[in-house]
Design a protein around this ligand. Structure first.
Ligand SMILES: [Ca+2]
Ligand SMILES: [Ca+2]
Length: 108
């Protein structure tokens, strides 16, 4: 049978022989499109980096787009998105500070 493997090192379209994988049960997870929402990932690119710091500063002080969802930018979990979250994120990224927390379910 032809299968689409999504896990490296054999990711891609591959031909499997039925007798070799007779107990194979295919499965997939639904609704896993896009990147996961992780605390601190203000710009929603899937990683926490200096780009998120820039995104937050742009949002807070330059009228840039809001983080979506907003809770990802509430990295200190005080239920607000402020300069304190920028400081928290910089501390995590460059000073060995604690990792971003799951913020409150707030709107930006
Ligand atoms: Ca990011
Ligand atoms: Ca906060």
């Amino acid at each position: 049978m032809w299968v689409i493997e999504e896990t490296p090192p054999r990711a891609g379209l591959n031909k499997w022989l039925p007798n070799k994988y007779s107990n194979y049960a295919p499965y997939r997870y639904n609704h896993i499109l896009g990147v996961p929402d992780i605390p601190g990932d203000a710009n929603s690119d899937g990683i926490v980096s200096v780009g998120d710091v820039v995104w937050l500063i742009n949002y807070l002080f330059k009228g840039g787009p809001a983080p979506n969802p907003c809770w990802k930018a509430d990295v200190n979990a005080d239920c607000r998105v402020t300069i304190a979250d920028v400081v928290y994120l910089v501390s995590y990224l460059f000073k060995g500070g604690p990792p971003p927390k799951y913020g409150c379910a707030i709107s930006c």
